[in-house]
Write a protein that binds this ligand. Structure first.
Ligand code: GCU
Length: 419
């Protein structure tokens, strides 16, 4: 009996190795060099990066990490509803835009909520991101439609469905009024519209709608939830290009945590996104996979088997075999401005590993003629860096706060110039 109990406990521990949070045990590792071609030749100029190396790295992330996304429908099928030019006491124009993700009106759809500042000169730059708790959670505004479909436990969620009670429950993470007063439009999408975030969410996601004839399950290189979310953000960009109130060439895509991973992948894939913000994105986001600190590849693939492509699981016990690391994801965003935000107590996301990853993307940013990440060492708390790769370490926990937004806006003011 005692032996069986011992074996049971040790097998559970073996499945769930303790996450390391001791800097002295983060290990030594060698990162793959973003500036060496697969064939071994160094990348010495911007053209070789743009024409060859960037495509090689993108393909590796597609086949080994996030999976390949579907080809978008040939025509964007959408409908604008609920336009109110006097929303939020006249501060903004509110629109809700339904986008049919497979191009067919009977198929799956997402709803994009926009607030566009009324006080503006010309088309507004946009802060685009996904939310965890429904569009109605980002602001207490009573006119926002309540999100439909599966929702994870949270304020106002009853039997995995959103209710009125959840209105405004995620507002502190969005700071809608602050963003509008600074002249930016806010665009938000409930992430569950593209892929309900649980291990059996696939069936209700958009993925089966893109299966090839005869296909019944995703192949090893097919997209998972992060791919579906990132792809949906690109469909929002498609809509933004059609709306004259919005400046499609000044869209910042941002996200927190798993949605920060999503924003990075969206920005890496789709060069129309002018600026990318990762907030506490951690493992599978900005943090280096090879550094043994906080969450690991094995842990993330075990807890969230639906997030990445099936091939990614091959690296669970041998992360050094990965042909990429996350600094190369950041490098795919170059030379576009990129902001990486960490939080001091968010050890699970490895704040230092997020900085080191941004630092390791710096040579690519410099090759492309920018100032890269202008910090030699990991900056202290509340000491933001605003070079083309920006960074800050905030005091406190895993979250998005007003402090974070003040930094995002200062960074965007500096880098999201009118083109
Ligand atoms: C978990 C997960 C992280 C993720 C986070 C979140 O903690 O392990 O990888 O970033 O959830 O999305 O909140």
């Amino acid at each position: 009996m005692a032996l069986r109990f011992f074996l049971l406990i040790s097998s559970i521990l073996a499945q769930q190795p303790q996450a390391n949070t001791d800097e002295s045990k983060a290990g030594v590792y060698t990162l793959p060099d973003p500036l060496v071609l697969a064939g071994g030749m160094p990348v010495r100029d911007a053209q070789t990066w743009q024409r060859q190396r960037r495509a090689e790295i993108l393909r590796l992330f597609e086949t080994q990490v996030y999976g390949r996304c579907a080809t978008p429908p040939p025509r964007l099928e959408y409908e604008v509803t609920g336009t109110d030019r006097k929303a939020l006491n006249g501060l903004a124009t509110r629109k809700e835009v339904t986008v049919w993700l497979t191009g067919k009106r009977l198929g799956p759809k997402m709803r994009v909520l926009f607030y566009i500042p009324n006080e503006r000169k010309g088309a507004a730059p946009v802060m685009l991101g996904m939310n965890f708790n429904g569009n109605h959670a980002i602001h207490a505004d009573h006119a926002i439609s309540i999100a439909q479909g599966w929702m994870r436990a949270g304020k106002g969620v009853v039997n995995n469905r959103a209710t009125e009670e959840g209105r405004g429950s995620e507002a502190s993470r969005w700071q809608v009024d602050m963003v509008l007063r600074r002249g930016y439009a806010v665009a938000s999408i409930y992430y569950g519209d593209a892929f309900p975030d649980h291990k059996d969410g696939l069936a209700e996601s958009i993925l089966p709608h893109f299966y090839k004839p005869g296909q019944t399950a995703p192949g090893p290189e097919d997209w998972g939830a992060i791919g579906a979310w990132a792809w949906a953000l690109s469909r929002a960009q498609d809509y933004i290009e059609k709306d004259r109130d919005l400046d499609a060439r000044r869209v910042a895509v941002w996200g927190h945590s798993r949605l920060g991973k999503t924003a990075l992948w969206a920005g890496a894939r789709d060069e129309r996104f002018a600026l990318v913000i990762s907030n506490n994105s951690g493992e599978g986001g900005a943090a280096l996979a090879r550094r043994n600190f906080g969450e690991t590849v094995e842990r993330i693939n075990t807890s969230f088997p639906h997030w990445f492509c099936a091939n990614f699981k091959r690296y669970n016990t041998d992360v050094n075999a990965l042909p990429v690391d996350q600094h190369m994801l950041l490098a795919l965003i170059a030379p576009r401005p990129l902001y990486v935000a960490s939080a001091q107590e968010d050890l699970w996301a490895d704040p230092r590993g997020e900085f080191l990853s941004a630092k390791a993307a710096d040579p690519v940013y410099r090759l492309l003629g920018t100032d890269g990440l202008a910090a030699a060492e990991w900056p202290g708390v509340h000491d933001p860096v605003r070079s083309t790769i920006g960074y800050h370490l905030r005091a406190g926990k895993h979250d998005v706060t007003a402090y974070d937004w003040e930094q995002f806006l200062a960074f965007a003011d500096k880098h999201l110039r009118k083109r």
